[in-house]
Design a protein around this ligand. Structure first.
Ligand SMILES: [Zn+2]
Length: 258
């Protein structure tokens, strides 16, 4: 599966792995909304971009949305664009929002899960079997900034290419998933059927949620570093692509509601 190329089409015919088209739209919407688009660094010439919170937002809840860790899961990065193009000023301004719109550029372009080095950009943030990727090392160089950005929550946007059902991973300090996780799942479920109870990717899933699963992912890392709660949402790769993009954007809006 890791060497498979995955590609879908947007409504206007653009290929889901067309990074130039994605990038042009990102820069256009950033300019139109006055968003502060920063470059954390480059990996073989590809920029790893971050959208910083707007001025005057310091006292508001600090939330981070991260997308595009896996190249065969493009609905997240396209969902970021749909979200930024349509979200109201009021909702966007309700918190100090930081965005990592596309972490794994080489994987996105290739339509492949791993980066150009065959590394998994969502592993290796904590001690474990897998070493950190180039993208991971760059993100970890900005550990302080990202920890502060995710203090009041992290939403990490993924897809499960082989599935027709949706689900999510939720981490928080509590006995069971809170209202925020239920809201994210309900939003996902407006678009897709919920994964049946049982096992998914080696984890127990119940009511569409894998709860407090610890691994060496970006979300586990920021949860361990103090994020109040983290979610990794999964849209189904076997469903219609534009529905997946719409679901990702809708979950970003739901995440901003707390
Ligand atoms: Zn993923």
């Amino acid at each position: 599966m890791e060497s498979t190329t995955w590609r879908w089409q947007l409504a206007d015919g653009t290929a889901s792995n067309d990074w130039d088209a994605w990038s042009r739209r990102l820069h256009a919407i950033a300019a139109r909304r006055g968003l502060d688009l920063l470059r954390l660094g480059r990996i073989d010439g590809d920029p790893l971009l971050l959208i910083a919170p707007g001025p005057g937002s310091a006292a508001r809840p600090r939330r981070l949305i991260a997308s595009g860790f896996h190249g065969e899961e493009p609905a997240g990065p396209w969902g970021v664009l749909a979200f930024l193009e349509n979200v109201s000023d009021e909702l966007l301004g309700a918190c100090a929002l930081t965005l990592l719109p596309l972490v794994n550029v080489s994987g996105f372009r290739a339509g492949r899960r791993l980066n150009a080095y065959g590394e998994n950009p969502n592993r290796g943030y904590l001690p474990g079997a897998e070493a950190a990727s180039q993208e991971g090392l760059l993100l970890m160089e900005h550990a302080g900034l990202l920890t502060e950005a995710a203090r009041d929550g992290l939403l990490s946007c993924h897809e499960d290419v082989l599935l027709e059902h949706c689900y999510l991973y939720a981490n928080e300090h509590g006995e069971q998933p809170g209202a925020w996780a239920a809201r994210l799942l309900a939003t996902n479920a407006e678009f897709f059927p919920i994964h049946p109870d049982g096992e998914v990717d080696g984890c127990t899933v119940r009511g569409g949620i894998v709860f407090n699963h610890a691994d060496t992912s970006f979300e586990s890392w920021l949860f361990e570093r103090g994020a109040s709660h983290t979610a990794c949402v999964e849209t189904p790769g076997q469903a219609d692509f534009m529905q997946r993009v719409a679901a990702q954007a809708a979950m970003m809006r739901a995440f901003l509601m707390g």
